[in-house]
Each structure stands twice: as C-alpha cells, then as structure tokens.
Ligand binder design. Structure first.
Ligand SMILES: *[C@@H]1O[C@H](CO)[C@@H](O)[C@H](O)[C@H]1NC(C)=O
Ligand SMILES: *[C@@H]1O[C@H](CO)[C@@H](O)[C@H](O)[C@H]1NC(C)=O
Ligand SMILES: *[C@@H]1O[C@H](CO)[C@@H](O)[C@H](O)[C@H]1NC(C)=O
Ligand SMILES: *[C@@H]1O[C@H](CO)[C@@H](O)[C@H](O)[C@H]1NC(C)=O
Ligand SMILES: *[C@@H]1O[C@H](CO)[C@@H](O)[C@H](O)[C@H]1NC(C)=O
Ligand SMILES: *[C@@H]1O[C@H](CO)[C@@H](O)[C@H](O)[C@H]1NC(C)=O
Ligand SMILES: *[C@@H]1O[C@H](CO)[C@@H](O)[C@H](O)[C@H]1NC(C)=O
Ligand SMILES: *[C@@H]1O[C@H](CO)[C@@H](O)[C@H](O)[C@H]1NC(C)=O
Length: 442
C-alpha cells in the first residue's frame, strides 16, 4: 500500500517518490491484533489499590536505616551532589536533505570516528548503519569496519546474538559463525547484516560507548531510508541505544523536532532540565517495544469531538518519531475532519480542490490562512497537548491541508506521528514509565 503524497519540491520526481513513501509509511511495524492491544492497555492502565502498610519491627527499622545510610554514603560523596547520571545533547535536523520525512542526528562509529547521519526512530530498536557500498548507496554514508581497530563481529553462538530476536523482526542467521541479523520495517524496507560491536561516539570524546551493539548493514533495500547512513533505534527493547547506554544516561531520553528547514532541534540522552512537562502514563503493547499512550479525547476550538472512548482504546495508540502523519481510528478521523471543516467555515475559510496527487484532501488556500481553529489532544492523566498551526496543517504546494489521516477502520493501531510532535519536547521517561510533553518552539 503506497499512497502518493505531494511535496512542495515536486520538481524532482525521484525525490518526490522517495518522500512519498516516507510519508505514506511508517518505520513502525503495524499491529496485527487490535483486540488484544485494547485489553492489554486496560490491564496496564489499572492502578494498584493495595494499601501500603507502614508497620515495621524495630530491627527491620534499624536495618532499613543502615541501608539508607549506606546508599547515601555511596551516592553523595562529601556533600558534593554529583548527579548519578550524565546527559548528552545532539542537534536534530529535518531529514529533507537526506530524502526522508524523518529527523536525523550525527553519530560517530569506530576508532576513526566516522561521522554518520542516522534517522531517529522510536518505533524500532536496532541501531544500524550501511557497511557495504552499492549503486544506490549515498556517498559518504557508509561505515567501513576494516578502517576501525575497535570493530568486533558478534559470534552466532553467543547470548548477544540470541538476545537480538526480541529487538529485530527476524531470527539471526549463522554466517561463517558470525551473527547475521535481519530487520524489516512496516513498508517492507529491510536491512540485513553483521551484528557487531563498535565504539560509538555521541558528540564529544567523553560521550563514548565502547562495544555498542549495532547492525553493520550488508543488504539494505527500500527507499524508506532515503540517503541516510542508517537508523538510530530508540525503542524500549534491550538492544536499543537507550537501554545500551542506560548505565550512563539513566534510561531517559527526550527530543524536540524542528519545525523549519534549516533550524535544529535536539535529542537528549539523559535527564533534561528543561521547563516542566505534563506526563502521561507510558503503556506497553504485547510483544512490542512501542511506546503506547492513552488517547482520551480530541477537541476542535475547545469543543470535544463526540467520540466514544472505546474507539481510542480498542486498537491502542502509540507515539512514534518514524511516522510522519498521525493515524487515527476511522471514526475519530471522520469526526475530526467534520468538525475542522465546520470550524474553518466559521473562521471564514472555504476549502479548495486539493492539489493533484495529494493524499491529504482537506485543503485551503495557503495565502489566505491566518488564525485557524485550535486542535487539542487529551491523553491519559488529563494531559492536554494544544497543537500549533504547524502541527495541524501541512503545506502541499499552494495549499495548507489538514495533516491527519484515518485508518481503514477502528481496529488498526493508531499512531501519533512526527508532524504532530514538531516544536514540542517529548520526554520518554523509561524508569518512571511516563511520556511528557512541553512546548519548546524549537
Ligand atoms: C552531519 O553530518 C553531515 C554529513 O553526513 C554533515 O554534512 C553535517 O554538516 C553534519 N552536521 C553536524 C551538525 O555536524
Ligand atoms: C566479520 O565477519 C565477516 C563475515 O564472516 C568477515 O568477512 C569479517 O572479516 C569479520 N570482521 C572481523 C573484524 O572479524
Ligand atoms: C537483555 O540483555 C542481556 C544481555 O545482553 C540478557 O542477559 C537479558 O536476558 C536481556 N533481557 C531481555 C529482557 O531480553
Ligand atoms: C527521568 O525524567 C524524569 C522526568 O523529567 C525525572 O523525574 C527523572 O528523575 C529522570 N530519571 C533519570 C534516571 O534521569
Ligand atoms: C508474545 O510472545 C510469546 C512468546 O514469545 C508468545 O507465546 C505469545 O503468544 C505472544 N503474544 C502475542 C499477543 O503475540
Ligand atoms: C502525480 O504528479 C506527477 C508529477 O508531479 C505526475 O507525473 C503523476 O502522473 C501524478 N499522478 C497522479 C495519479 O495524478
Ligand atoms: C490553544 O491554542 C490556541 C491558539 O493556537 C489558543 O487560542 C487557545 O487558547 C489554546 N488553548 C489552550 C487551552 O491553551
Ligand atoms: C482494518 O484495516 C486493516 C488495514 O486495512 C485490515 O488489515 C483489517 O483486516 C481491518 N479490520 C477489520 C476488522 O476490518
């Protein structure tokens, strides 16, 4: 299923085609069982109501005090409140230059610190880079292990190899005793190659991770990756970069995706000391490393749409940096479209014929658009995300079009895509099991 999607720079047909695919598909592998997801979300969302019992014998009390003293003496040397974890911040750029609808960061690999531009993906776990040259591979975005003294293959007969199965889509293969991984994405794009260990450098020489487990891609297929070197997997599985660096950065990460070409946002591994955010519970989907959240309501001009809560909860909803346009259950999208058109009329805007090829159909004349109706998403815990104009409308040629899409029905997984995340800092607090939003205007 490859629906076309128009971009302003439609002059390059190849570029257009690449971007269309990036827009239409997601890195995230879509769910097969909507029913199961809903039930699991319910179960996870339920809070424990067991009373906490505050009764301890005096010896228990003493042991407890000793333990507290012990921990404090370890963690707080000589009154110097050294933070437990470090943090690292990397600039995030739009991937347009690399022909992807995703957002990119630079990382370095190997003893020579080869700089590679990789796309951020919270919907997958494996970090991988191109290691083999091919006709279609981008210049200068290939990692050559023979140039690095710190590269090590992972052997097929090892726990490291056996453990990748939960973070990749395929069972690893034995290739001359080395571990050969396979990872396939939602649009059938894939990468196969050697699972290996290498020194990863993020930003400065102090932000090094030795023996970082990654995919050294030999077979890479699918226009989805555009011209980037590979993918940074930010999912919650063991092999994700977040988990592999958790001992140093604490397992938190956050990002702000920039709204404009040329400007940059950030990716922080570790705790951000930014402005206070509103947090909603992070939900787990069965056998998936996706970040689930509970979508409760959508409002247009402060009026909640008449959508039953079941519609949002049946299929489940995840947040993903690797999907461009948010996918809503059909019923929810239909209501949003109806209410938005009506509110636009009351703001004095008439729809125009969408540009040819546009998969977004609710379009307005770009030159006329000034203030538009507000659109607010409410997540579990009454977290309200008041979208900006840039999150609501997508520029298609001379038009601004409503930037949401409906699923075919109400039982496919909903996805909160990156168009709706632009300029917000999105905090993934894995230890605290919560996702935070705060508007940062990046
Ligand atoms: C990131 O790497 C690309 C090459 O892959 C380079 O053109 C660009 O200047 C780098 N950006 C930063 C911020 O270092
Ligand atoms: C890694 O394994 C591949 C395939 O067996 C081999 O060609 C390559 O030389 C190995 N590299 C190292 C550094 O062992
Ligand atoms: C995570 O990885 C470690 C070793 O790399 C392994 O021992 C452990 O079982 C893994 N945990 C899960 C949940 O896969
Ligand atoms: C993770 O982020 C949350 C929210 O900002 C913060 O309260 C918590 O201390 C952080 N945890 C770590 C281990 O950095
Ligand atoms: C999840 O995985 C386990 C074992 O890996 C399997 O038994 C179970 O059926 C899976 N559940 C779903 C919902 O796919
Ligand atoms: C989409 O637009 C391109 C050129 O911009 C054109 O070649 C193609 O025929 C169009 N496809 C459809 C289905 O209109
Ligand atoms: C949401 O944003 C709109 C403008 O974009 C503003 O008019 C409205 O007051 C905001 N609502 C809230 C609850 O912040
Ligand atoms: C819902 O739509 C998806 C994707 O088009 C399809 O695979 C699935 O079978 C549909 N489910 C129902 C219940 O119609």
């Amino acid at each position: 299923m490859r629906t076309t999607f128009p971009f302003p720079f439609a002059s390059s047909v190849v570029l257009l085609a690449l971007l269309l695919i990036a827009m239409a598909s997601s890195l995230l592998v879509s769910s097969k069982s909507g029913e199961a997801l809903g039930q699991a979300n319910e179960a996870i969302g339920r809070k424990s109501t067991l009373p906490v019992i505050h009764r301890r014998s005096s010896s228990e009390e003493r042991r407890n005090n000793e333990r507290v003293t012990f921990i404090q003496s370890k963690k707080l040397p000589s009154g110097n409140q050294a933070p437990l974890f470090k943090k690292v911040s990397l600039p995030v750029y739009s991937g347009d230059r690399f022909k992807t609808g995703n957002y990119v960061v630079n990382i370095s690999l190997g003893s020579q610190e080869k700089v590679l531009t990789v796309a951020l993906d919270t919907g997958s776990d494996l970090t991988w880079t191109r290691c083999a040259r091919s006709d279609s591979s981008p210049p200068d975005q290939i990692f050559d292990p023979s140039q690095s003294s710190s590269y090590k293959n992972v052997s097929f007969n090892s726990d490291d190899c056996r453990n990748i199965i939960s973070g990749t889509s395929d069972r690893p293969q034995d290739k001359s005793s080395t571990c050969y991984y396979g990872n396939e994405y939602a649009d059938k794009s894939y990468t196969h190659g050697f699972f290996a260990k290498e020194t990863l450098t993020l930003s400065s020489p102090t932000d090094k991770k030795k023996d970082f487990r990654f995919g050294c891609g030999q077979e890479i297929k699918g226009q989805f990756f555009g011209q980037v070197a590979g993918i940074m997997g930010l999912g919650r599985d063991n092999i994700s970069i977040v988990k592999q660096t958790a001992a140093k950065y604490g397992g938190n990460f956050s990002y702000c995706l920039p709204a404009k070409e040329g400007s940059h946002g950030f990716l922080i591994l570790g705790r951000d000391e930014g402005p206070p955010a509103s947090f909603t519970e992070m939900l787990k989907l069965p056998n998936k490393s996706y970040y689930g959240i509970k979508l409760v309501a959508i409002s247009v001009d402060e009026k909640p749409l008449p959508i039953s809560k079941d519609v949002f909860q049946n299929a489940g909803f995840v947040i993903d940096s690797g999907t461009v346009i948010t996918r809503l259950p059909k019923t929810a999208y239909d209501e949003l479209q109806k209410a938005f058109i009506k509110a636009m009329i009351s703001h004095g805007y008439q729809q125009v014929v969408p540009p040819r090829n546009s998969s977004l159909k609710i379009c307005y004349d770009k030159r006329k658009i000034k203030t538009i109706p507000s659109v607010t998403f409410t997540f579990g815990g009454d977290v309200k995300v008041n979208l900006t104009k840039r999150n609501i409308l997508y520029t298609v040629g001379k038009c601004e079009c409503l930037a949401f899409r409906g699923n075919d029905n109400d039982s496919s997984l909903g996805i909160y895509g990156n168009q709706q995340q632009l300029t917000f800092e999105v905090i993934h607090d894995l230890p605290g099991n919560q996702i935070g939003f705060v508007h940062r205007r990046c």
